[in-house]
Write a protein that binds this ligand. Structure first.
Ligand code: CA
Length: 220
């Protein structure tokens, strides 16, 4: 046991420091990682694509993309990768970490901001710091594509109307000749100010038992 157990503990401590997960949570997520990867070192898009719970999610593509988006892996890098290892997987998953009883208000605020940034990145596909109408349309189109009879034109109209509303809220005195360049992160925060993130962003889609995540107890 001795040496190898200590090494594993060091690794866990390092991951716990980086992600805020408890050892128990890391252990659970490692089991899930192994399951998803088929006991390989890394996970590919195809691995995530086969998750049944994600099959009918209208923004499946965006969710999967987010896992391979380097912006979500806290590495100060941009672009996407083809495969992610366990540490990267944990980094992405840490965006869904629920607060516990010891979480301070300040930490909760920081967690909320990270979640918002995660959602923002999901829309801002070219990472220029602005969600343009074209980027927003793409997401709405995909959302709508699941409900058959709503065509592309309708999706466009919905996106345009929503964007116009956002523009009028954020730039109230915009003249008709002015062009709204898109939603910045600050606008995005403002728009979602009243939204309770905990109930909206959870990890059910990965089949991870959130009650286990919350209290950090194993089921055995
Ligand atoms: Ca953009």
């Amino acid at each position: 046991m001795g040496a190898s157990q200590t090494r594993a503990e060091h690794q866990y401590q390092d991951l716990a420091d980086k992600t805020g997960f408890s050892f128990e949570q890391i252990k659970n997520l490692y089991q899930r990682f192994q399951q998803l990867s088929g006991n390989e070192e890394t996970i590919s898009r195809a691995n995530l694509d086969s998750i049944p719970a994600l099959a009918n999610n209208p923004i499946r593509k965006q969710i999967i993309g987010a896992f391979f988006d380097k912006r979500n892996q806290h590495q100060d890098e941009v672009g996407s990768c083809d495969q992610i290892g366990f540490e990267q997987f944990l980094m992405v998953m840490s965006h869904f970490r629920p607060p516990n009883l010891r979480t301070t208000d300040e930490e909760k605020e920081a967690m909320r901001k990270e979640k918002l940034r995660f959602l923002f990145n999901m829309h801002d596909s070219d990472n220029d710091g602005t969600i343009t109408l074209a980027e927003y349309r793409k997401v709405v189109e995909e959302l709508m594509s699941k409900s058959g009879e709503i065509g592309q034109e309708t999706a466009k109209a919905i996106a345009d109307a929503a964007m116009l509303e956002v523009a009028s809220i954020n730039v109230p005195n915009m003249g008709p000749e002015e062009f709204y360049e898109g939603i910045t992160f600050e606008h995005f925060e403002e728009i979602l100010k009243g939204l309770e993130m905990e109930s909206r962003m959870h990890i059910r889609f990965l089949d991870v038992d959130t009650s286990t995540m919350r209290c950090g107890k194993s089921q055995s």
